[in-house]
Design a binder for this molecule. Structure first.
Ligand code: AMP
Ligand code: MG
Length: 340
């Protein structure tokens, strides 16, 4: 199929016209990629099973991995679920629109393949202005996983989406680079105490400031336990070359690099600015000076290494505080080795 691409200049000229066109495609059961504040999403009508199938087909996504439904208002969220605990109202007030997904008991309004047959549904209100305008215009709940081929790093630019999904989806709305750069926090709100199923853009510390105790799914840290979120059992975000995480100083990273270099390998390194400037390697990606820039550039860096055909990627290990928890969660899923 021909994939229609709207560029930033099209949006500058006639934003309302582009949004109306994209909303019509969604309402007609087509799959459309659009920017959110986390990563680009691939959207389709959450109440239309055939439309949702197009997402699974385009991405090659396993059928047992449920999709997050995107809505423009808290009222729309409530129309999809059968119960909303009081703490969810506080979280809606504090963090929406924003990178927080609420898993709540489903009332069955969404298609079966959105929830992968679970009795709960994940819903969020995205903070990106284009995403909100599109959702308002379409006025339907839109299921939207990340707009990448399953297993690849999530897309943070329209070019990333284009290189994965051109010819496989109806349209792409180019809204520039996304902000947070990592996916939303997925929070199980079906229990008395909320449980983080996937760390993301809103940190545990931020949530606890608003609602007190928040738990973390033990399945995230312990390999022997099944994670509660079906998607967390899959290996994800993989670049073409193997990725090793190395914990320790720049000297330690350099030792690992030098040993691998002697074997004739082309080595890529990604790390925060201080570490990167102290290291020698064939291809270097500077992830910036703080954890916010690390989060927003990490997927782009993983994709960039593919272009350079490196044999091995080395990444430094980061502290798991704040957004660092989400960064390390994604890195560990992408990595084949963690050298400590
Ligand atoms: P993605 O859309 O690719 O960012 O992935 C969505 C994540 O949310 C996956 O890890 C899903 O397993 C998780 N998710 C979506 N809906 C639910 C649900 N009802 N219960 C638990 N996890 C969910
Ligand atoms: Mg994804």
């Amino acid at each position: 199929m021909d994939t229609k691409r709207w560029y930033a200049k099209d949006l500058q000229q006639d934003e309302q016209g582009v949004i109306r066109f994209a909303a019509e495609l969604l309402k007609a059961g087509e799959a459309v990629a659009f920017p959110t504040e986390t990563v680009y999403g691939l959207g389709a009508d959450a109440t239309n099973e055939m439309a949702i199938n197009k997402i699974f087909q385009a991405k090659g996504r396993p059928q047992d991995n449920p999709l997050i439904v995107h809505v423009a208002t808290a009222q729309q969220l409530k129309e999809l679920v059968s119960a909303v605990p009081a703490y969810v109202d506080k979280l809606i007030e504090a963090f929406t629109p924003g990178p927080l997904t609420f898993v709540l008991p489903s009332n069955g309004r969404c298609a079966q393949n959105v929830t992968a047959g679970l009795d709960s549904v994940g819903v969020r209100l995205p903070g990106h202005p284009l995403a909100l305008k599109l959702l308002e215009e379409a006025a339907i709940p839109v299921a939207a996983p990340s707009a990448n081929l399953s297993g690849k790093p999530s897309p943070t630019t329209a070019d990333h989406v284009w290189s994965d999904l051109n010819g496989r989806i109806s349209a792409i709305l180019d809204g520039g680079a996304t902000g947070v750069g990592l996916e939303s926090t997925v929070l199980d709100c079906t229990q008395a105490i909320p449980i983080i199923l996937r760390p993301g853009g809103i940190t545990k510390e931020q949530l606890e400031e608003v609602v007190g105790t928040v738990m973390v799914d033990p399945g995230l840290a312990n390999e022997k336990e099944h994670p509660k979120s079906p998607g967390m059992k899959y290996k994800h975000y993989s670049p073409d070359a193997p990725l090793w995480i190395v914990k320790g100083s720049a000297e330690k990273l350099q030792q690992v690099i030098d040993t691998e270099k002697e074997k004739g390998h082309l080595i890529g390194v990604m790390a925060a600015s201080d570490t990167v400037s102290a290291i020698r390697a064939d291809v270097k990606k500077d992830l910036g000076g703080n954890m916010g820039t690390v989060a927003s550039t990490i997927y782009d860096a993983l994709r960039e290494f593919n272009k350079h055909n490196v044999d091995l990627i080395i990444c430094e290990s980061f502290s798991e505080e704040g957004i660092g928890q989400a960064v390390m969660n994604r890195l560990k899923k992408a990595a084949s080795q963690y050298i400590q």
